[in-house]
Ligand binder design. Sequence first.
Ligand SMILES: *Cc1c(COP(=O)(O)O)cnc(C)c1O
Length: 404
Amino acid sequence: MYQINDNYQKLPGSYLFSTIGKKVAAYSEANPDKKIIRLGIGDVTQPLAPAIIEALHKAVDEMGNAETFHGYAPDLGYEFLRSAIAKNDYQARGCEIGIDEIFVSDGAKSDSANIQELFALNNRIAVCDPVYPVYVDSNVMAGRTGTYDTKTETWSNVIYMPCTAENNFVPEFPKETPDIIYLCLPNNPTGTTLTKDQLQKWVDYANEKGAVIIYDAAYEAYISEDNVPHTIYECDGAKTCAIELRSFSKNAGFTGVRLGFTVVPKELKCGDVSLNAMWARRHGTKFNGAPYIVQRAGEAVYSEAGKAQLKEQVAYYMRNASTIKNGLKDAGYTVFGGVNAPYIWLKTPDNMTSWQFFDHLLEDANVVGTPGSGFGPSGEGYFRLTAFGTYENTLAALERFKTL
Ligand SMILES: *Cc1c(COP(=O)(O)O)cnc(C)c1O
């Protein structure tokens, strides 16, 4: 008789966005005349840029011709894409990352969930609180997180690093020493980030403690301030302690196209063992490559036309971000983020819980956002709005906020 992986049974409740989906569906059904504006889930709304569409079309045609057809992609990804990444994302910023340190994948969610496989089950993870749920849940499934306390909504074997207005959303070094540290910067959900000096301290800490940093830089394209690092490898010593995850979803609208990559430096070693070699082995065994067509689309992200078009796309979303941020400030809300990330993190008014504010906003303004508590206990009393809507919807949502 087979047995299931019991760790799945430990996962509490349903995934945050399915709970939100159910609530919104129930409200819509009861109020079919109401037009709901969704500033909840972090999905983009702008279409793919023309340079990307052109590259996709061209690659599709190549696939229909025996001379230019492509089958399985190379394990690490096509060299044309890895070269473009190395040149534009790293060498242009003074970081020497070689193409054999870049692993092309189908996105950062799967990589962020899978990367924990490289580490022993008794390793302790540290996460920011609030946090992107994938890091913790993937470690729950692997059996690394201990037991769940339904009262505090925390795992016994996870180190939580609260990031709240009280510490300016800068995680402090935990009392207990972690083995694996997850950092997402600029941050989802808070929309805040760290300066290069602040990140350097984490790199030094990790090197000193023999910890590894899993650095999720999915929102790198939204950085607007000069003192914010675009990659962790801008920090001295990061190559011996950090793995970086990147995605084409938020900078180029690839949420439905699927492309990302992970950087595992050759200098990153546990004793004699190269994590780069381990991830190459893992990739070769469990992944058969991102589609040729999609990798060509990824290459177009780095073309001159692609760069110019995507800069405009990011600016479009960031105009939404500043519109929401300033509008809410004027309406008397306390707001964070929205400067280096497409998320606005607001303090709920009148000491409402995150879910109370969710219901209030849904029922009285027909606007959907995301309750902060869904990202961790320190998110309680906060609420996330995304800048990924259309400008028109963003303005309309703000008008409704003002009538609350
Ligand atoms: C959106 C997002 C990702 C990217 O996921 P993809 O699988 O590449 O679409 C990764 N990390 C965070 C924190 C995100 O918000």
